[in-house]
Every structure is written in structure tokens, then in C-alpha cells.
Write a protein that binds this ligand. Structure first.
Ligand SMILES: C[S@@+](CC[C@H](N)C(=O)[O-])C[C@H]1O[C@@H](n2cnc3c(N)ncnc32)[C@H](O)[C@@H]1O
Length: 391
């Protein structure tokens, strides 16, 4: 669905997307006429001047573009707080480091629960690359948890040395740049981004660079069935660098990666022949990532087998992997009590609980992978059903 025509933009939005498109055109010309989709995604989502996550628009929640799990209910915050409380009991020196904190909703919820249980971590760090989001997170935390917001510290970068950390990245991996490819009769081609004569952005197939070629050969060799002609999908070649940046800032850590995605055999399933790339604008899904660059979110599901491979290569242990609902059930979800409120709110909260647990889209599509550096815990600590064998 490419329907830029149905989107009415304010003058400020028009200026923003114009500046973002100009930035992309400049980059394409600088690089000799084409860029990889990963470079495009990096620019339109994460460029500090024109990127989607750095703009002033409302991103999260009902009046934004999409809703993440922490925006819909407190349950994930409750279960993550439970997992963290146990880890903090084991080692009170542990700090929490939340990567990409979005609106700050998860940080509010987790701090509130940990405070109520007398289990606040040594420190709650947030690493958030977007200045605009950092400002919004601080505002929310100052309003919602004024008593202990002073214990929350925003890190300007990840170069610091935290002794022992619990790292949490909820729906961050899906926002990271991916390369796109298409299977042709004789080869697999990279889907790059080029300009038409009128300066519009379009796809163009090109021979893949050697790193992409090697990664694609590796994937296809691991699959049970060959990918059919015209099969399209995505691959994140930056996973190892990302995990290394996150884990290098501490001597010891447990990392919770929570996201929508699959093990490799499902990710590159023959039926998923159009890949997982999509864009969101005001809760509508768009297939064309070139519509209004800088104003729409772009996301791709996570290949958790690739995450496990990158982690193992870095010497991190893969401690558990499984559906989010099985992580939540292992972390006292069923002991959760609805917050005091009127009857309508209580019923809504119980309905959310059912949605997260009863074989629902959310509970099954979202996965939790737990990694460890210098630490080993049994998988049953983190999930009711460990699925590492499927990675
Ligand atoms: C989809 S939002 C998820 C927000 C939040 N964790 C939640 O679940 O509501 C992605 C978040 O990751 C941040 N982000 C994007 N790229 C990042 C990177 N390379 N390192 C750290 N954070 C990043 C974004 O600025 C944003 O806060």
C-alpha cells in the first residue's frame, strides 16, 4: 500500500520530510548513485538532524504512530521487574541499563515496582541516542516517579564501565538498519536505493558486496528449503557490532532482548516471501518505505538465530529463548494484581493480561532472548518453555 496521497501533512511535517529526503538524495549522490537500504534506514530513522526518532512528533501511543507493549499495559514492566529483582537479590551491586527507552514508560513501571518491593538497583541507566526522546523520558519520569527519578541516569554514550549490569532492550533490535535482498534465477541481489531522474527514491537490484554475499550464502546453506525466485527479505549485518557495544560497557551482564521475530527457519520461511519490512504512520501499515521519509517508522522482524550467532561469536552465553508469554509466566505474571482503579479499568487490565498469555498474537509473536556475559543461569529461571533448540 503506497498511499502518500491520503496523508495530509502539516507545514512542519512537510519541512521535516523535505529536509530528510534532501539528506538522502545528497548521500546517494555522494556515494556514486546508490546506497544500501541499511544506510537509508539509518538516515531516515536515526540521523540526529532529520531522523524519525529525533523529530518532535508524537511517536508512541494512541496519538502516535505505533504502540509498544509497555505502552499498552504494566504487565511487561512487572515481569521484567521480577526478573531483575531476583538478579539484584543475587548481587545488590547490579545496575539496570535500559537501551532505547522510547517514551520512558517501561522505566517508570520497572522503577515503581522495584521501589515498592525495596529492590531498586544500584543505578538505573538509560542509553537513548535521541535527544528529543531523552527530553520526553525525563519529563515522564519526573512526573510519574518524582521520589526516585534522581537514581536514574542518562548515559551520553556506552563507553563507561559498569561493573555488573542487567541490560534491557525492548523493541530496539527491530528498529536497527537492515539490508534488503531479492532472490533471482541465478543469484541473490541486494535491493539498493537510487534516484529517478525526478529525484524520487526507488529500489534497484545490484550485486551484493562480499559481506552480504557471504551472510546470504550462510543463511541459504542453513535452510531446509531453497528460497524461491523473487523471494524478498532482510538481514541485519550490524548485530555483532550492536551487541558488542552494549555488552562491552560492563564486566558482567545479563541481557534481555525482547522483540518480534522468529528463529531462522521461520524467518526465512518459504511463505514469508515478501519479507518482514514495513512502515508505520499513525497506526497504518505501509509497504513503501520511501513515503514521507523521516515521518514514518520503519521496522523489520528480528532473526533470533542471527542474534544467537552474533552473541556466541562475542563469547556471550545464550541463556534462554522463548515466547514472551512464557517469559512472563516464569516471572510471576499470574501473581500480578490489577492496580486500584474503577471497575472498567480493572476489567481492561485483566483483558490485557489475557491477551498477553492466551496464545495471542502478542504473546507468541514477541520473543525474549536472554544473554549472559561472565554469568550462567539455567533457562528455567527466565522461561516456562526454553526454545533454544529451534535457533
Ligand atoms: C521502537 S522504539 C522502542 C522504545 C521502548 N523500548 C518501548 O518498548 O516502548 C526504539 C527505541 O530504540 C532507540 N534506538 C534506536 N536505535 C538505537 C541504537 N542503535 N542504540 C540504542 N537505542 C536505539 C530509539 O531511539 C527508541 O527509543
Amino acid at each position: 500500500m503506497s498511499n502518500s496521497s491520503v496523508i495530509e501533512l502539516t507545514a512542519a511535517q512537510q519541512a521535516h520530510t523535505h529536509a530528510c529526503a534532501e539528506r538522502v538524495r545528497h548521500e546517494i549522490k555522494q556515494q556514486g548513485g546508490s546506497i544500501g537500504f541499511d544506510q537509508y534506514m539509518q538516515l531516515v530513522l536515526h540521523d540526529p538532524a532529520v531522523g524519525y526518532y529525533h523529530g518532535q512528533q508524537k511517536i508512541f501511543g494512541a496519538s502516535g504512530d505505533f504502540i509498544t507493549v509497555p505502552e499498552t499495559s504494566m504487565h511487561l514492566a512487572y515481569c521484567l521487574a521480577n526478573a531483575c529483582a531476583q538478579l539484584i537479590q543475587d548481587d545488590p551491586q547490579r545496575s539496570i541499563l535500559e537501551i532505547g527507552a522510547g517514551s520512558g514508560r517501561l522505566a517508570c513501571g520497572m522503577n515503581a515496582y522495584l521501589y515498592a518491593w525495596g529492590q531498586l538497583p544500584a543505578r538505573y541507566y538509560i542509553y537513548e541516542p535521541s535527544e528529543a526522546l531523552r527530553v520526553k523520558q525525563k519529563e515522564l519520569l519526573e512526573t510519574e516517579i518524582p521520589e526516585y527519578v534522581y537514581r536514574v541516569e542518562w548515559l551520553p554514550n556506552l563507553s563507561g564501565e559498569i561493573l555488573s549490569a542487567i541490560i534491557i532492550a525492548n523493541e530496539v533490535l527491530d528498529a536497527l538498519p537492515v539490508k534488503c535482498f531479492e532472490v533471482q534465477a541465478e543469484s541473490i541481489q541486494e535491493r539498493c536505493v537510487v534516484l529517478t531522474e525526478d529525484g524520487n527514491l526507488i529500489w534497484q537490484l545490484q550485486d551484493p558486496a562480499s559481506d552480504l554475499d557471504a551472510a546470504l550464502n550462510y543463511i541459504t546453506a542453513m535452510l531446509d528449503e531453497p528460497l524461491g525466485e523473487l523471494y524478498r527479505s532482510e538481514i541485519n549485518l550490524g548485530l555483532e557490532n550492536t551487541l558488542s557495544a552494549w555488552s562491552d560497557c560492563c564486566e558482567q551482564c545479563v541481557i534481555f532482548l525482547i522483540d518480534y521475530g522468529y528463529p531462522r527457519s521461520e524467518y526465512y520461511h518459504p511463505q514469508r516471501s515478501m519479507g518482514t519490512l514495513r512502515s508505520y504512520y499513525q497506526h497504518r501499515v505501509f509497504e513503501d518505505p520511501f513515503t514521507n521519509p523521516g515521518l514514518q517508522d520503519i521496522t523489520a522482524d528480528v532473526d533470533f538465530s542471527a542474534v544467537a550467532k552474533a552473541a556466541t561469536h562475542l563469547g556471550l552465553g545464550v541463556l534462554s529463548f522463548g515466547a514472551q508469554r512464557n517469559f512472563m509466566l516464569a516471572n510471576r505474571l499470574l501473581e500480578w494484581q490489577p492496580a486500584a482503579g474503577n471497575e472498567v479499568e480493572r476489567i481492561a487490565q485483566i483483558a490485557q493480561l489475557k491477551q498477553l498469555t492466551l496464545g495471542s498474537a502478542i504473546g507468541e509473536r514477541f520473543q525474549v532472548m536472554v544473554l549472559g556475559k561472565g554469568i550462567d543461569y539455567g533457562a528455567d529461571r527466565f522461561t516456562m518453555r526454553d526454545m533454544r533448540a529451534r535457533l
